[in-house]
Design a binder for this molecule. Structure first.
Ligand SMILES: *[C@@H]1O[C@H](CO)[C@@H](O)[C@H](O)[C@H]1NC(C)=O
Ligand SMILES: *[C@@H]1O[C@H](CO)[C@@H](O)[C@H](O)[C@H]1NC(C)=O
Ligand SMILES: *[C@@H]1O[C@H](CO)[C@@H](O)[C@H](O)[C@H]1NC(C)=O
Length: 433
């Protein structure tokens, strides 16, 4: 491994997140499909997706599906985590011919950037718009070496050295395990391949796992900086009707009872039935769930939304959704709560799951935060709590952007995200090369 890649201590961790976000996103995604259900093309997409999942990566991967048609070089990579999950990574090593040829360092090596998606989607979520609008292509054309992660259990990351995705054991993890196992494996792999520490871009749960890791001193010595879009650390201010219903229903436990330790596949009949039952609640308009979950997005392209529905949502573990639900309900970010004190003691050495302390994020680590005034998942009040925790952060290492008119999906598939967000992210990365 390159000397650049040697990090410091490795701490062990289990994590906690906000349940409502995950559940809300599930419902959002489902509702999108529901609302679009009359469109044959989407049903066809869902059918294709199920078939692709059944055949593993046989469909050729995200490179062949999404990137190659635009004329970019793209490589498929594979990373095996310490606990045996085989994850796929896509690399766009350079821009289109001529673009960014000089590299950001004026002829020096291209700097790697890792993109980490949120819950219930996969790396495809970054690749749905045109090269002029989508972050991976923009970064590649501006001289970066782009790496796209795909969480365990999603379409192109459904393999394990010994476990089969149809087994319960394969799904026996929460997002704590992404923090402990997947992130370090991916970052080490990129660093040893490129000889450089990557920058990080996360969206939604991709920010949660990063913040949890940083708060325990993980990854901060292995990344140059991190840009967190729609940052999620607190989920106590979800005010949409659906959020309130979910909180009342303790939907995490409900889901747990329905599915046990298992895959949570939004395409399954059980999940469709669950969504239908939520849609019967007064005040919930399932034909406008995109808005009620994400907030009113500012610059979505309808055709990008259609492409989105062709590839998403993607499965996750039920345990991850329960973990998120615990966060919403409890108002604090902790590791997964096994509920039974004896099990928590066995796991953590204490009866309650340990909290993640956002104030413990090293003050020198460069952080770029971008949040939206209309984002009902990463609510401005919850972002405010996070910023409060970060008030001791070094002033020149913390950039905070607030976009009054942005909601949750704008940060990834908004056609105007380049002008409002990505250009500033790139400037920030240039400061910490
Ligand atoms: C899940 O993992 C825990 C240990 O973390 C173990 O006790 C339990 O038996 C596992 N359950 C399944 C279904 O694999
Ligand atoms: C929306 O997407 C379509 C298809 O990619 C594209 O032709 C169109 O220009 C986009 N519209 C905007 C406003 O970007
Ligand atoms: C969180 O971390 C900060 C900074 O290290 C520390 O001062 C504070 O006591 C911690 N809070 C808790 C509840 O552990």
């Amino acid at each position: 491994m390159s000397p650049a890649c040697h990090g410091g201590r490795r701490l062990s961790l289990s994590a906690a997140t906000t349940a409502s976000v995950a559940v809300a996103v599930v419902l959002l995604l489902l509702s999108l499909r529901h609302a679009a259900g009359s469109r044959v093309v989407l049903d066809h997409g869902a059918e294709l997706r199920r078939r692709d999942i059944a055949t593993g990566a046989a469909a050729g991967g995200a490179c062949a599906t999404a990137v190659a048609p635009f004329g970019y070089a793209c490589e498929e990579h594979e990373v095996t985590t310490q606990d045996g999950y085989i994850l796929s990574l896509q690399r766009i090593p350079r821009g289109r011919a001529g673009a960014g040829a000089a590299g950001v360092a004026g002829g020096g090596a291209r700097q790697p950037v890792l993109l980490q998606h949120g819950v219930l989607v996969d790396g495809m979520t970054w690749l749905l718009g045109s090269p002029e609008e989508s972050l991976p292509y923009i970064l590649a054309d501006r001289g970066f070496d782009v790496w796209i992660a795909n969480n365990r259990g999603t379409r192109w990351s459904r393999r394990h050295v010994s476990l089969d995705p149809s087994s319960r054991s394969y799904w026996n993890w929460s997002w704590d395990d992404i923090v402990v196992n997947d992130m370090p494996a991916i970052v080490d792999y990129i660093c040893s391949h490129t000889g450089q520490k990557p920058h990080y871009v996360g969206h939604s749960m991709g920010t949660l796992v990063a913040l949890a890791a940083f708060s325990e001193g993980r990854m901060v010595d292995k990344l140059k900086s991190a840009a967190l879009l729609s940052p999620v650390a607190y989920l106590s201010h979800i005010t949409t009707p659906i959020g309130i219903v979910l909180a009342k229903a303790f939907v995490g436990e409900l889901i747990s009872n329905l599915f046990g330790i298992a895959e949570f596949n939004p395409a399954s009949p059980q999940v469709s039935n669950l969504v239908r039952s939520f849609c019967r609640n007064p005040g919930i308009n399932c034909y406008d769930l995109l808005t009620s979950f994400t907030g009113k997005n500012y610059c979505l392209n309808n055709s990008a939304v259609d492409v989105f529905l062709k590839y998403e949502p993607q499965p996750t573990s039920t345990k991850t959704l329960v973990h998120l639900a615990q966060t919403v309900r409890d108002g604090v970010l902790t590791k997964y709560d096994y509920v039974r004190p004896d099990v928590n003691v066995a796991k953590y050495g204490q009866a309650d799951p340990p909290a993640y302390n956002m104030s413990a994020i090293p003050a020198w680590f460069p952080l770029f935060l971008s949040s939206g005034g209309r984002d009902s998942l990463s609510d401005p009040a919850d972002v405010g709590l996070l910023l409060d925790d970060l008030r001791g952060h070094a002033g020149d290492r913390l950039a905070v952007q607030y976009l009054q008119q942005f909601a949750h999906a704008d940060f990834v598939i908004g056609v105007c995200a380049k002008d409002y967000v990505y250009n500033d992210v790139i400037s920030f990365f240039h400061r910490f090369r």
